[in-house]
Design a binder for this molecule. Structure first.
Ligand SMILES: *Cc1c(COP(=O)(O)O)cnc(C)c1O
Length: 445
């Protein structure tokens, strides 16, 4: 299957686009200059229901929508485009709007980059003891962009293969010094945008290093939804599958962390064939997704999603809260509503689907799960706990916040019972002081 991608510059050439009004097309053009926009022929032909525009979840997931920008941002960009402003001016405006959209949530860029022998390991994050995230420089783009994605600032130019060798050598050096690490998680972008040869340039040295404490390689990917031919008919699909098999044959566990937002993504036959082909290598596919208004904010959709995943041999893993970045105002679901949706969906599915955990916020102090709403000493409160913590000792201690119907993220929650701070806050502030020289709560994401 030949891959064709469209962007803000040529989406008007898509045949199906004629079902949109000129006003809708203009909205796409305006928003697509600010938020990521790239869509391919598989999504256009197999995922979007063009009879259900503009409400179709796959359309909203991949095509920029007017309300994804705040009105003043939209109007400013629309005015430039209407008056035929030159492209430098449009780019500068886009850049300034993006900077107002919290492009690097939860201290991703600055707080978690490890240092080894006085050298910063760019492209690596080590926040939770057992797992290190690795962003291979070749894998920082995707087959199609999700409109809610928080990693759009890194969708920039690609670097050369020679960096791969250097990057992976640094990582292996770091792993030697950190026996507490069991998992390396390749993420992006989408690492499976890479050719099998490039991916092997990262994975082979990791296997050859025979680190006794390295037990698992995880690969986060969206390719099963956006380009299943990656595993079936692309020129190097067989080489990719052979590489997966090799990881498992070496005695490591290969975990594919697949990202599916909507049950429709599991319908196309090529996706089902790709799932099967990956599973035949011995790899296990675990699934995760954020909860997104306009796309999957109801319990029936989630129950269907988990059921289909289990039917296809996948293991539901995480339900996330939409992050405080980009078009969060468009996608955000209040924490309490998220918990209700999770609970209602969870009640509808058998225990095999209940491996999923959530709803969870990947916030600066850690992954925080909303356990529910209850009443303690006459005060209505939200119960929470850490699934992962910057300090491992924070994990699985129930704690509480004041009840708040509207809060959509941790920084909007307040401690209950007249307390001034959450139990982890003093320690977190100390971490900020030591690592950032700025003890402000602005970064309390
Ligand atoms: C989610 C996450 C991980 C992986 O956590 P698991 O609970 O082991 O899946 C690792 N690092 C960061 C920064 C994360 O956000």
């Amino acid at each position: 299957m030949n891959y064709h991608a469209y962007s803000v510059h040529n989406f008007r050439k898509i045949d199906q686009i004629t079902v949109l009004t000129e006003e809708q097309r203009f909205d796409i053009e305006v928003v697509g200059h600010v938020l990521p926009f790239k869509v391919n022929n598989f999504v256009i032909e197999h995922l979007i229901d063009w009879h259900n525009i503009p409400h179709d979840p796959m359309f909203i997931l991949t095509f920029p929508q007017r309300d994804m920008l705040l009105p003043h941002h939209f109007n400013a960009m629309a005015a430039l485009i209407k008056t035929g402003a030159d492209s430098d001016l449009i780019k500068a405006k886009a850049e300034s709007i993006r900077l107002e959209l919290n492009p690097h949530p939860a201290g991703q860029m600055s707080h978690n980059i490890p240092i080894h022998h006085d050298e910063k390991l760019e492209g690596t994050q080590h926040k939770y003891q057992q797992t290190v995230l690795f962003f291979p420089s070749q894998g920082q783009t995707c087959h199609t962009y999700c409109t809610f994605c928080f990693r759009w600032p890194q969708f920039v130019g690609m670097s050369e293969l020679k960096f791969a060798t250097r990057e992976i050598e640094l990582l292996i050096g770091y792993l030697h010094a950190h026996p507490e690490i069991n998992d390396v998680l390749f993420t992006g972008g989408d690492p499976l945008i890479m050719s099998a040869r490039h991916l092997a340039a990262y994975i082979q040295p990791l296997l050859d290093a025979r680190l006794p404490h390295l037990r698992r390689i995880r690969i986060g990917t969206r390719a099963l939804t956006y380009w299943p031919y990656r595993f079936l008919t692309d020129d190097d699909a067989d080489a990719l599958i052979a590489l997966f098999k090799q990881v498992n044959d070496t005695g490591l566990h290969l975990a594919i962390m697949a990202h599916f937002n909507h049950p429709r993504e599991l319908e196309p036959q090529p996706t089902r064939d790709a799932l099967r082909r990956i599973q035949e290598t011995g790899a296990v596919i675990r699934t995760q997704s954020p909860l997104l208004r306009h796309i999957n904010d109801n319990s029936t959709v989630w129950a269907d999603l988990w059921n289909k995943q289990v039917d296809l041999g996948c293991i539901p893993y995480y339900m996330f809260i939409a992050r405080d970045t980009g078009a969060q105002h468009y996608f955000a679901v209040p924490l309490i509503k998220a918990w209700r949706i999770f609970r209602e969906a969870y009640q509808q599915v058998s225990g095999l689907c209940r491996t999923v955990r959530g709803p969870s916020m990947s916030a600066n102090p850690g992954k925080i799960q909303i356990l529910g709403v209850t009443e303690i000493m006459g005060e209505k409160v939200i119960e929470l706990r850490f699934i992962q913590g910057r300090n491992p000792d924070w994990v699985h201690r129930p704690f509480f916040a004041q009840y708040d119907e509207k809060a959509t993220w941790l920084n909007e929650l307040k401690p209950p019972f007249g307390e001034e701070k959450f139990f982890f806050e003093a320690e977190l502030e100390q971490f900020y002081r030591e690592n950032l020289n700025s003890p402000t709560i602005d970064n309390f994401e």
